[in-house]
Write a protein that binds this ligand. Structure first.
Ligand code: SF4
Ligand code: SF4
Length: 280
């Protein structure tokens, strides 16, 4: 099968910090790797992406990017060194005040995803433990209002991770947000953090597999994994502290994984075996 010689999108775990403790998130279970990716490692990754046709860079995997102590420096470094690349921010919105809004808009941020898992305060706070509904909604609406005077297009998306406890709010959620943002996404919860998996969600793997061919994921210690579901590093394909991202992406192990997953073969990789059997 033909395969890209470099990923089109790179996701980097700049930080594991997060003020929330969402029911479906493995963030608080992660041990054994740095809370913040070392700056030198971060810049090495960006440097390696120059001239490779990258289209997207996400400074985020298993943490809240606005909690990173060096987010502004990271956005500046990406914008200067990869000027053609769109930066995507996924945020819970809790820290998105006027100052952080202006900071994001100074750089090449081209899409912002807000994770909001309920329509009512009660259901939202049941899922996004530790966050306050009214504050988050005010922050998101403040950001959206600020965009109206921003000269460049910044795509916006709200995401509801659907669980047995919020699926009754999906209709109201869609109705509330559809006029305010570009995209309203409803994603079935895969329960990777231990709670919230939809019982009817039998094909968890199919929700994420399509990204494996084009995206790569680099954890805060430099480990390269193939899928956003691999929060624990079950199937590490290399480490960018030792080898280049390009050589890891083109290794036979990584190529075989992409090939197998594209054909629906999941048995050769621990993360995929866990994903299919609901034990992430
Ligand atoms: S889902 Fe996001 S906001 Fe929630 S605990 Fe995980 S990293 Fe934090
Ligand atoms: S862990 Fe494997 S099976 Fe699950 S979504 Fe990722 S690539 Fe697909």
């Amino acid at each position: 099968m033909s395969s890209l010689s470099f990923p089109r999108t790179v996701l980097v775990e700049t930080t594991l910090r997060c003020p929330a403790d969402c029911i479906f998130c493995p963030n608080k279970k992660i041990t054994g790797r740095p809370v913040d990716m070392p700056w030198e490692l971060f810049t090495k990754i960006v440097d390696e992406c120059r001239g490779k046709g990258l289209v997207g860079f996400h400074p985020f995997i298993n943490g809240e990017p606005l909690s990173s102590p060096y987010l502004e420096d990271a956005l500046d470094y990406i914008s200067r060194n990869l000027p053609e690349v769109a930066i995507h921010i996924y945020t819970n919105g809790y820290l998105l005040d006027e100052s952080t809004t202006e900071m994001l808009l100074r750089y090449n941020v081209r899409e912002v995803h807000f994770s909001i898992d309920g329509f009512s305060k009660q259901v939202y706070e049941q899922h996004r433990r530790g966050l306050v509904y009214e504050g988050v909604i005010d922050n998101v609406r403040g950001f959206l209002a600020r965009l109206e005077s921003h000269p460049e297009k910044v795509g916006t998306r709200v995401v509801l991770t659907m669980t047995p406890d919020n699926e009754d709010e999906v209709t109201d959620f869609r109705r509330f947000w559809k006029e305010q943002v570009d995209i309203v996404d409803i994603l079935p919860c895969d329960g990777r953090g231990g709670e919230g998996r939809l019982p009817a969600f039998e094909n968890a793997q199919k929700m994420g597999c399509f990204q494996v061919a084009e995206c790569t994921y680099i954890l805060s210690d430099g480990s390269v994994v193939a899928c956003c579901k691999d929060w624990a590093g079950y199937t590490v394909l290399g480490n960018v502290t030792k080898d280049s991202l390009e050589s890891i992406w083109n290794s036979s192990e990584y190529r075989n994984l992409r090939d197998d997953v594209s054909r629906g073969i999941f048995t050769n990789y621990e993360v995929c075996r866990r994903c299919v059997s609901d034990s992430l």
